[in-house]
Design a binder for this molecule. Structure first.
Ligand code: SF4
Length: 276
C-alpha cells in the first residue's frame, strides 16, 4: 500500500489508486479482506480496536512486535486464502479515521515521521514500491470511474482489485453506448452515477453468490494460487449466460432457470440505466 506517491503521474498507469482522499483508500494488497468475517461491520470493529490500541504502543521494535502478537492472539486466524498474508498493522488513518491505512507509516502523527514499515511482513521497501495488478490491467478511464463513484474505503478496496469484473462491465457499457467511454460523460448525470454505483456494488451484495463462497474477499494476484470455480449451469437449463464472464467474477451459483433469469435482468436493468 504505497502512500508516499500522491501524484497520478508518479504511478504506473497514471492514476493513483491507493490513498485517494480523506475517505477513499485501499488496503487489499495488505490482506485487509482476507479475514474470517469480511463484512464491513466486522472489519471496522477490527480496525478500530487496532488503531485505538496502537495509539498507546511505544514506538520501539519490541513493543511494535508485541502488538502484532496481541492482534494475532485476539483475532481469528482462519482465512479464505491461507497463503495470502494479512498485515496486523492495517488500521484507520486520517484526522477522522475515515479511511484504511498503515499504522506503521511515517505520516501517522504518533510515528513522528519515522517509517516503521520495515517491521511488517513484506518489509518497508515492498510497502513503498508495490503496485497491484490493477495499476497495469485497468484503463485510466475505468480507474477514474471507480475512484469517482466510490462511497467509502470498504467498497472501494473490494472493487478496485476486481480487474476482470471491471473490464467486463465497462466493455459492456462501452459496447452499448457505441462510443468511447469517458468518466465525465458517464458521471455528469446523477442517474447514471447512481446506476454505476449500484452496478459496482453488486460485488458486495450479489444475491447469487455461491453458498460455499467465503464472501466478497478476492485473490487478485497473477500467480493463480487461488481461482474461482466455473459456473455450473446444469440446474438453470442453459448452457451459458450472455453475462458469463461477469457472473463468473461475481462467483455466481444458480439453482434454477428463474434464478439465472433474475440475475441477467438485474444486470440488464442497471446497465440500461447507465446508458440512458
Ligand atoms: S491493492 Fe492496489 S490499490 Fe489497493 S493498496 Fe494495494 S497497491 Fe494500492
Amino acid at each position: 500500500m504505497p502512500i508516499v506517491q500522491t501524484n497520478d503521474n508518479q504511478v504506473p498507469g497514471g492514476i493513483y489508486l491507493c490513498q485517494v482522499n480523506e475517505k477513499i483508500s485501499c488496503g487489499a494488497c495488505c490482506g485487509l479482506y482476507n479475514v474470517a468475517d469480511s463484512s464491513y461491520e466486522s472489519i471496522m470493529k477490527m480496525l478500530t480496536w487496532r488503531t485505538d490500541r496502537f495509539s498507546s504502543v511505544n514506538r520501539n521494535m519490541d513493543a511494535i512486535l508485541d502488538f502484532k502478537e496481541e492482534v494475532e492472539d485476539r483475532e481469528p486466524q482462519s482465512r479464505p486464502f491461507p497463503e495470502f498474508p494479512h498485515c496486523p498493522y492495517i488500521g484507520l488513518a486520517g484526522k477522522e479515521r475515515s479511511r484504511v491505512g498503515c499504522l506503521l507509516h511515517p505520516l501517522l502523527d504518533e510515528n513522528k515521521g519515522i517509517d516503521f514499515r520495515g517491521l511488517s511482513f513484506y518489509g518497508g521497501m515492498a510497502c513503498r514500491v508495490y503496485f497491484c495488478p490493477t495499476y497495469y490491467s485497468l484503463s485510466a478511464v475505468s480507474k477514474e470511474i471507480v475512484r469517482e463513484t466510490a462511497i467509502n474505503w470498504y467498497g472501494y478496496g473490494l472493487v478496485i482489485t476486481e480487474t476482470k469484473l471491471l473490464n467486463t462491465v465497462f466493455e459492456e457499457i462501452e459496447h452499448r453506448l457505441n462510443r468511447p467511454l469517458t468518466a465525465n460523460s458517464l458521471l455528469k448525470n446523477n442517474g447514471c452515477l447512481k446506476a454505476v454505483r449500484k452496478l459496482l456494488n453488486l460485488k458486495i451484495n450479489w444475491p447469487f453468490r455461491r453458498k460455499s463462497s467465503s464472501g466478497p474477499a478476492n485473490y487478485f494476484f497473477k500467480d493463480q494460487l487461488y481461482s474461482r470455480p466455473h459456473i455450473n449451469y446444469e440446474s438453470s437449463e442453459k448452457t451459458v449466460s450472455r453475462y458469463n464472464n461477469l457472473l463468473q467474477e461475481l462467483e455466481s451459483q444458480f439453482d434454477s432457470y428463474n434464478d439465472l433469469q433474475a440475475a441477467e435482468d438485474l444486470i440488464d436493468g442497471l446497465i440500461n440505466k447507465v446508458i440512458v
